[in-house]
Design a binder for this molecule. Structure first.
Ligand code: SAH
Length: 283
């Protein structure tokens, strides 16, 4: 019955299950989005604390099983669909359903609480953060390595695009490490629970053009052995010369041989904004 493709590992440790709504600080005003209903073990506990729970499950059989198990809960909306439309886009029907509900019941914020399917956790998290859903908190169970990348600091091996995008929009705290035994079937990896507190505008408010920023970040972090200068030059922004990039790096009091992956978020934003200005001034 289990479908390997869907990353199905159910959380079976009761103590941990019960601790999750607590970590999220859920109360009767909260609206929750869960991704991966499974058999509804976590869903039920969320619904007992929160005002309403939206839960999305891709697997039709599991959707039917959990619909039956959860049928007495009036504050759960079960949705049988793929949370992702593509790797780069969430399922719009799910978003509209939630947004319409929020409008109708005069609420704005939601919390995401979920034992995420590990194979899609990175795109789901990034797309959630970039979406226009007003999320104030996420409490997620993830593969331990992913949580380390989320919380990584500049210059470490784990610091990359994921760290950057997460930290741009939120503060990440690893709450607890979980051994494989708390799941059934046992995954091959350790897991961890993270608390992601969203501060959407703290850094993001300083970025003029988010897709320009992202292009720069991909240029820096996908060619990690390159110097900052070389990876920015490789972007081949027609308006900006190598000399200008060099000057920009010097203006930031950085060595011209510096690698991009040692820069912190503030420095990366300053850099991208300066590049953006150059690109716009000339064109
Ligand atoms: N929350 C449950 C199940 C976690 S396992 C528990 O803690 O026990 C992850 C669940 O996500 C599985 O039920 C799997 O079928 C579902 N899933 C996998 N990919 C999905 C996708 N793209 N969209 C929605 N659900 C998905």
């Amino acid at each position: 019955m289990l479908n390997k493709r869907f990353g199905q590992n159910f959380l079976i440790d009761q103590n941990i299950l019960v601790s999750i709504p607590e970590i999220a600080g859920l109360n009767e005003n909260d609206v929750v989005l869960e991704i991966g209903t499974g058999t509804g073990g976590l869903t039920r506990l969320l619904a007992e604390k929160a005002r309403h729970v939206f839960t999305v499950e891709i697997d039709k059989k599991l959707f039917e099983v959990s619909s039956d198990i959860l049928k007495l809960y009036k504050n759960i909306t079960l949705i049988n669909t793929d949370i992702l439309k593509t790797k780069h886009e969430l399922n719009r029907d799910v978003l509209s359903l939630i947004q319409n509900w929020l409008r109708e019941y005069n609420q704005t914020k939601i919390k995401v609480v979920s034992n995420l399917p590990y194979n899609i956790s990175t795109p789901v998290i990034i797309n959630l953060l970039e979406s226009d859903l007003s999320i104030d908190l996420m409490v997620l169970m993830l593969q331990k390595e992913i949580t380390e990348r989320m919380a990584a600091t500049p210059g470490t091996r784990e610091y990359g695009i994921l760290s950057l995008i997460i930290q741009l929009f939120s503060e990440v705290k690893v709450v607890k490490t979980l051994p494989p035994q708390v799941f059934w079937p046992k995954p091959e990896v350790y897991s961890a629970i993270v608390k992601v507190v969203i501060h959407k505008e703290k850094y993001a408010g300083k970025i003029t053009d988010y897709s320009f920023f992202k292009n720069i970040m991909y240029a820096i972090f996908t060619s990690r052995r390159k110097t900052l200068l070389n990876s920015l030059e490789q972007l081949k922004l027609p308006e900006i010369s190598r000399e200008q990039i060099k000057e920009l790096i010097q203006n930031m009091q950085l060595d011209e041989r510096v690698r991009g992956e040692v820069l912190n978020l503030d420095q990366l934003i300053t850099l991208s904004e300066a590049m953006y200005k150059l690109a716009k001034e000339i064109s």
